[in-house]
Design a protein around this ligand. Structure first.
Ligand SMILES: [Zn+2]
Length: 197
């Protein structure tokens, strides 16, 4: 009777772990903006450049861990949001990670946040933000549901990361440092890997 009880507990725990982990071997990395679309520009920084730099660092890290990585862009070119989702949807067993930096007219506003749309996207968002919060300075603004086009149009677990506020001088100075962007990419990579079953 006791044995059966423990078997039930074991099955329950493994069920929860399965529900929390995602099965994938491919990561589609989507560096926000590009080309004629610079994204936000504050404190001498342009969002599209930081997105691409962080994404290329993340690409190298994930490839080193044996994952297949697809980039929606690897240079300073413009790609529409539909095009990004269409490219991602060619791949099965994939997750989608869009990288952005935020801005606000309220200059004191700061912090990191991750957006998702589906339940599986939420699992990935929470895992990434947990690692970012553990490893990086800055306010944790939490994970939130959002209907951003790249989240609604992609068929796989998808997240959009707002790494920091470029309109906030402290965060802008931090993001200007390549060492910080390396730590940022490492945290995102760790979060993606932690969500993988
Ligand atoms: Zn953006």
């Amino acid at each position: 009777m006791i044995g059966r009880f423990f078997i039930l507990i074991f099955l329950w725990v493994s069920l929860i772990q399965t529900a929390r982990a995602l099965s994938f071997n491919t990561v589609v990395i989507d560096p926000g903006h590009g080309g004629k679309d610079g994204g936000c520009a504050w404190n001498g920084l342009v969002e599209k450049k930081l997105c691409l730099d962080t994404a290329l660092r993340l690409e190298r890290m994930l490839k080193a861990k044996g994952l297949r990585v697809i980039m929606t862009r690897r240079s300073d070119i413009f790609i529409g949001l539909e095009g990004r989702a269409r490219l991602a949807n060619r791949y099965s067993k994939a997750v989608f990670v869009s990288i952005h930096f935020n801005a606000s007219k309220i200059r004191s506003r700061s912090g990191m946040e991750v957006f998702y749309r589906s339940a599986k996207g939420k699992v990935l968002a929470a895992s990434i933000l947990r690692k970012m919060d553990n490893n990086l300075k800055g306010v944790n603004r939490g994970v939130s549901h959002n209907n951003f086009k790249v989240l609604t149009d992609t068929l796989m677990p998808a997240v959009l990361i707002e790494c920091a506020y470029l309109s906030n001088l402290t965060e802008a100075r931090r993001c200007a440092s390549s060492a910080h962007r390396q730590e940022l990419a490492e945290s995102i990579a760790a979060g993606i890997l932690a969500a993988k079953s």
